[in-house]
Design a protein around this ligand. Structure first.
Ligand code: SAM
Length: 323
């Protein structure tokens, strides 16, 4: 096996190619025979960030969805820029100081912080379950596209569009997110040295043709001009009465023969634990965790033909076409 695998202070580099365990394929499912009674409903995360609870107590209203994304992106980005090993060492020293001074509040706060840092370090720097380059490469493998035009709905840092552009070179991606911080920081400050493996070589952000559009995905006016329409962690934020909107957006801008790629976080015990312990970073608005059978059934019910379905480390993934 060729490629590299090592941790840097804020992320892991993993350019290893073709290991066997990166994508569990449930592609042979006949979705027309699957029912909600068989698969159950998704799990709803309801442990909210303290900042959201405080905002709502102060305003006597639910935090507006866009405001919740603005707060989520700033908090989540903070994790990606933290040198976790150094931060854990500082926090450990603070914990000892608080304990020595019998500062119980300080002990509680620093213990919580230490736990969050340790979890983030494990999930992102050790397991590489957030970016999961090998899983994403396995999921995106074998698409019948050349020099693709890619539309990324709710792009945040744009990671998956960059992985696709490395695998299908010569293409162009439009990243769309209504939070300008994603343009300036989450994508704008994405590590320039991060190596994306694809089509026999390493690619960096600077090699790729990418435009960032700060807009609401529900008001885009593109025609049927994209070979790939992609979202990662988007549809599970639309409650059922709005799911049709989310799925329709994955059909509306596709060229004939184009593919929609949809991923959502998996419902696993470790996933539920992650969103509970990391609530202050992650939970500002409606969020479901689901199994791939549930995601596939949503797609099937909302007019998509599921060509490939399976899961990678932390996400379910579908490759679909309009039915
Ligand atoms: C959970 S994030 C996607 C996960 C992403 N891979 C990450 O690293 O955070 C969803 C993104 O979609 C954006 N978003 C949500 N609703 C949107 C809308 N209606 N229009 C544009 N962007 C939207 C949010 O601002 C956020 O950056």
């Amino acid at each position: 096996m060729t490629g590299e695998n090592y941790a840097l202070p804020t992320y892991r580099v993993d350019t290893r190619q073709s290991p066997p365990d990166v994508f569990v394929d449930l592609g042979s499912t006949d979705w027309s025979r699957v029912t909600w009674r068989d698969v159950g409903r998704p799990y709803r995360v309801e442990r909210w960030a303290a900042e959201k609870r405080e905002w709502e107590a102060e305003h006597g209203a639910t935090m507006p969805v866009k405001e919740s994304w603005i707060r989520f992106n700033r908090h989540f980005h903070e994790l990606f820029t933290t040198d976790t090993v150094a931060a854990m060492s500082t926090t450990r020293a603070e914990l000892v100081r608080a304990a020595t001074h019998l500062d119980l509040h300080g002990v509680k706060e620093t213990t919580r912080e230490l736990l969050q840092l340790a979890i983030w370090n494990h999930v992102h720097r050790v397991e590489d379950a957030v970016w999961d380059p090998r899983g994403k490469r396995a999921l995106f493998d074998g698409l019948d596209v050349k020099r693709p035009e890619i539309l990324y709905l709710g792009a945040a840092d744009g990671y998956e569009a960059m992985q696709l552009l490395a695998m299908y070179p010569g293409g162009h991606a439009v990243l769309v997110d209504y939070d300008d911080f994603c343009r300036t920081d989450r994508f704008g400050k994405f590590p320039e040295a991060y190596p994306f493996w694809g089509s026999g070589r390493i690619w960096h952000r600077e090699h790729m043709a990418i435009d960032f559009e700060v807009a609401d995905i529900r008001s885009l006016t593109y025609g049927r001009e994209f070979d790939i329409v992609l979202s990662v962690g988007l549809v599970e934020h639309f409650p059922d009465e709005y799911k049709h909107e989310a799925f329709e957006l994955h059909r509306r801008f596709l060229k004939p023969g184009g593919v929609a790629i949809i991923t959502t976080p998996r419902d696993q015990i470790r996933g539920r634990a992650f969103y509970t312990i990391m609530a202050d970073y992650m939970n500002y608005g409606y969020r479901e965790l689901m199994r791939v059978e549930q995601l596939g059934l949503y797609a099937h019910e909302h007019g998509l033909r599921v060509r490939r379905a399976g899961y990678i480390k932390a996400h379910n993934g579908l490759i679909c076409q309009p039915s």
